[in-house]
Write a protein of this length. Structure first.
Length: 301
């Protein structure tokens, strides 16, 4: 993987990222380039569904009792919007460099449908749902695709002409591997996994809504007991714990990036009590919301 680092380093001046913490769009739709110049301790973060490619530096993620190392030997695959904790190893002299690649559900559906016609799709059972987060070792095929994707990003024309096809090839390569079950499950409209992922996506977008488990279960077309059980399998936490974390993450972003007051941010994400909001915020982030700018914010969305 070391030969990928020079290709990424060429992108730093291209996107004017010199010496800065950065997360920017590239010339390929759905592909973003990121850089981090310092080590950060274990901190709550939110990742959208996607593929995290690390070509220099390393990250460690924590979800429930699971630990995920993603670095130049492993990529991170997320098939649902997931709040978890993450720490970063980087420095100004040796910055973290990588790509975040969105999962296009429309394209994923087309790939899975085509694979099914050729009897190349995974067989799933509802009793054993795939993991929504996985740190996956690089194989030669994925490495080759990423190498060509990075080369294309160094030319605006090549990125626009070749980039979408390379992203499609990457998805196909993962689908064909033993780690493709979560992608395949995401494309199954009527499957339990896809239903839960859709509900999680709604919570992620309509975060101010006062959700109840009964309402979420109804949206998923499942009984309350089945919904609660399957949701915990996918998210590694209960539905209401997930809702609370998403609200607090969104509020933190509003305070830091939009300069909203604590009370306005609390109201914006659906809290009626500012004191309750402040207690739960501090419990999650270990800092009062009024001091959250001192800690910073990490969200890939």
């Amino acid at each position: 993987m070391s030969d990928l680092t020079p290709l990424l380093e060429n992108l730093i001046p291209k996107y004017a990222l010199m010496g800065r913490e950065s997360f920017v769009d590239t010339d390929i739709p759905g592909v973003r380039f990121f850089q981090s110049c310092e080590t950060t301790p274990r901190t709550p973060v939110v990742y959208d569904p996607g593929i995290v490619i690390i070509c220099q530096g390393s990250k460690t993620g924590y979800l429930g009792n699971k630990i995920y190392h993603y670095d130049p030997l492993h990529y991170l695959l997320l098939t649902a919007p997931m709040p978890f904790e993450c720490e970063t190893q980087a420095s100004a002299d040796d910055p973290l460099l990588g790509l975040f690649i969105d999962i296009d559900l429309g394209q994923l559906h087309k790939l899975v449908h085509l694979m099914a016609t050729h009897q190349s799709a995974h067989v799933l059972t509802e009793n054993r749902l795939p993991e929504s987060v996985a740190a996956i070792p690089w194989d030669d095929e994925v490495t080759d695709v990423i190498h060509r994707l990075l080369k294309s990003l160094n030319s605006e024309l090549k990125a626009q002409v070749l980039g979408p096809g390379l992203v499609n090839e990457l998805l196909f390569s993962i689908l064909c591997s033993q780690h493709g079950q979560s992608l395949y499950a995401l494309a199954q409209h009527d499957g339990h996994y896809a239903r839960i992922a859709k509900v999680m996506g709604r919570i992620h977008q309509e975060y101010a809504h006062p959700y109840t488990v009964e309402e979420l279960a109804s949206q998923a077309g499942m009984s309350v007991s089945a919904f609660h059980r399957v949701f915990k399998q996918v998210a590694k936490q209960s539905p209401l714990q997930y809702v609370k974390k998403i609200k607090l993450f969104k509020a933190k972003g509003l305070i830091i990036h939009e300069g909203l007051s604590v009370s306005v941010a609390a109201n914006r994400v659906g809290y009626e009590s500012v004191s309750q909001f402040s207690r739960e915020f501090k419990r999650l982030f270990n800092v009062a919301p009024s001091h959250s700018k001192d800690v910073g914010y990490a969200e890939l969305n």
